[in-house]
Design a protein around this ligand. Structure first.
Ligand SMILES: [Zn+2]
Length: 154
């Protein structure tokens, strides 16, 4: 497995190509550290409210890993704390570890506003490491919004 900062660096590289979408990137690693899938937020590009980086990456990863939908032993790295939908999807996919960059106090569901993945009522609870290269991950999103304010039409 790459180190947590290296995993987030890889997710950052994916996020940077996001175009009109908020730059958030996710990478799914197999238990041996191989990259199974990577995706960036594509809500605008696909016109799909569920096309978050994590959901897209989990779908891709499940199609190439194992013999079904389970991502046993896998790690998901994402540049921003997952929302409720993505946190739910992570639990459903049986991901073993979640590593994320920036905290998202307004919508975060992995420790900020909610803690969906570590609810004690669930029988599968992934390990979580948050705040990895948080400043770098937050800056990418902040720059995107600053740029959009400067060019509201573009
Ligand atoms: Zn999400």
């Amino acid at each position: 497995m790459p180190s947590d900062p290296d995993a987030i660096r890889q997710a950052l590289a994916v996020a940077r190509g996001a175009g009109d979408d908020i730059p958030i990137g996710a990478v799914v690693y197999a238990p041996d550290g191989a990259v199974l899938a990577s995706a960036r937020n594509a809500r605008e590009e696909l016109g799909d409210p569920t096309a978050h980086a994590e959901t897209l990456a989990l779908r891709q990863a499940a199609s190439v890993f194992g013999d079904g939908w389970r991502l046993d032993g896998c790690t998901l790295a994402v540049t921003v704390e997952p929302c409720t939908m993505c946190a739910g999807a992570l639990v459903l996919a049986r991901v073993a570890r979640v590593v994320f960059g920036a905290w998202e106090p307004k919508t975060g569901a992995v420790g900020s506003l909610w803690d969906v993945v570590r609810d004690r009522r669930l029988n599968h609870r992934p390990e979580v490491v948050g705040g990895v290269l948080a400043d770098e991950c937050a800056a990418l999103v902040e720059d995107f919004f600053a740029e959009r304010r400067r060019h509201p039409e573009g």
